[in-house]
Design a protein around this ligand. Structure first.
Ligand SMILES: [Fe+2]
Length: 268
């Protein structure tokens, strides 16, 4: 922990996932994406509210081979003012639940980094490729390098940061840190334990994920484990929307808003 910093906020978007409405039989069938209006609303909200940054926690598109879906994602992302950074996180639709050397190569060619970190407002933010954490059986060396990256990154940056916050697509857990494995829903215990050990050591304030297309809230001690509903197609009771996260010296506050209920401004 460092000295006092000015409060700020960021916006989490998850699962814009261009193409899922169509897969679910909920698209008009004329080649347009219902996701377009939703992602445009989310980007317009960011332009209005002016967060320190925007993060998109994975499942950027439904079909990672689709040029049309990527083109729409890129076109609308470009509507964001150049001075508001936007950070992308991989999802299972982007690189697979069992990523391969090829799926990672293609993602990196399009988006660059998949596990990386950045600083904002005196806090440190880490983006992890959670598919590598879910099932690295095809790319075991990627898991080794992810753990090494996380270990070194937190050792270097976390001690001087007010908060350390992690972004990943798959949640680490849904109820409690030691809950049993649950298929592709959460990170298996074998690797969850290794990540949690590092996050606990550095007193991580929160992990923000997506993947479930609905909200879910849990914690590990003081560390929040937040799952956010989708920008795109909902798979639960929560509407398409976005999460506003306020970062203060002594706490992190967050709230999910359906796209029709996003506030006019954010007060800190
Ligand atoms: Fe998704």
């Amino acid at each position: 922990m460092s000295g006092s910093t000015t409060p700020f906020f960021f916006i989490q978007l998850s699962d814009p996932q261009f193409g899922l409405f169509e897969v679910r039989g909920a698209a008009p069938g004329d080649g347009t994406f219902p996701e377009t209006a939703l992602y445009e609303e989310a980007i317009a909200a960011a332009k209005r509210l002016r967060p320190a940054f925007v993060v998109v926690t994975g499942d950027l598109v439904q079909d990672s081979d689709s040029d049309e879906q990527h083109a729409e994602l890129t076109r609308i992302t470009g509507q964001l003012d150049g001075d508001i950074p936007i950070y992308f996180t991989t999802g299972n639709c982007d690189v697979g639940n069992t990523p391969t050397a090829e799926s990672l190569r293609i993602y990196r060619a399009k988006f660059g980094r998949d596990s990386y970190s950045f600083d904002a407002g005196g806090s440190h933010f880490v983006v992890l490729n959670s598919s590598v954490c879910l099932d690295p059986s095809e790319v075991p060396e990627e898991w080794d390098s992810l753990v090494e990256f996380l270990r070194r990154d937190l050792d270097v940056h976390s001690p001087d940061s007010t908060h350390t916050i992690v972004f990943m697509h798959h949640p680490l857990f849904g109820k409690s840190a030691d809950e049993p494995d649950d298929g592709i829903a959460i990170i298996p215990r074998e690797r969850r334990r290794i990540i949690l050990d590092l996050l606990r050591k550095h007193e991580t304030s929160g992990v923000f994920a997506g993947h479930w297309h609905r909200n879910n809230y849990a914690a590990d001690g003081k560390m929040l484990m937040v799952v956010s509903g989708p920008v795109g197609f909902p798979l639960g009771d929560d509407p398409s929307g976005l999460r506003i996260v306020k970062v203060y010296d002594d706490r992190v506050e967050h709230e999910y808003f359906g796209m029709d209920d996003v506030p006019i401004r954010v007060d800190l």
